[in-house]
Design a protein around this ligand. Structure first.
Ligand code: 5CA
Length: 158
């Protein structure tokens, strides 16, 4: 099966970095965590959301890799960064990550992003993340997320 160019790019990065993950393109939308869970047939908590924030002073891109139902407590992340953050807009997400909203993968971005990983993801044997488009996902072991992203496992909500 031929993958969409962005999905193929993610598949190539996974392969080149030695992760045995297969990118799957689905007819159904995987744009939101809820849609992705329905399309894959897993628990919402097993969906890896890749949420991009922007630091208010230095305009750094910050990636929070969060479990499906969780809301990021911006104050907790700001405290870790020593700087306030806000939600990034769609243009900033696209420019810094190289992908459209709903398809942002946890790795392989246009520019490096400071990354935090939701500790709640680690309770699952496997989880599913976006793979470059709002119709593409891949399955991974959450224990691979720190290596994949260079991120730190933290508590992201109260
Ligand atoms: N493919 C699924 C999971 S596999 C996915 O990418 N989910 S997500 O949660 O990481 O991406 C959707 C997120 O993008 C939403 O939770 C929301 O935080 C963000 N988002 C949606 N619309 C906008 C927008 N207009 N501007 C900025 N962020 C947005």
């Amino acid at each position: 099966m031929t993958l969409n160019a962005s999905a193929q790019k993610v598949q190539n990065i996974l392969r080149d970095r030695g992760f045995p993950c297969e990118v799957v393109e689905l007819a159904d939308s995987t744009r939101s965590a809820k849609e992705a869970a329905q399309a894959v047939g897993c628990e919402l908590g097993q969906i890896v959301k890749s949420l991009v924030f922007r630091t208010l002073e230095s305009s750094r891109a910050v990636l929070v890799v969060a479990s499906g139902p969780n809301r990021v407590d911006e104050a907790l992340i700001s405290a870790l960064l020593g700087e306030g953050i806000g939600k990034a807009d769609a243009d900033f997400v696209r420019e810094r990550s190289g992908y459209v909203i709903g398809g942002v993968p946890p790795l392989g971005h246009a520019s490096p992003m400071v990354t935090f990983i939701d500790e709640d993801l680690l309770q699952y044997p496997e989880v599913w993340a976006a793979a470059g488009t709002p119709h593409a996902v891949f399955c991974l072991k959450p224990a691979d997320l720190p290596v994949m992203t260079g991120g730190q496992v933290v508590k992201i909500h109260a």
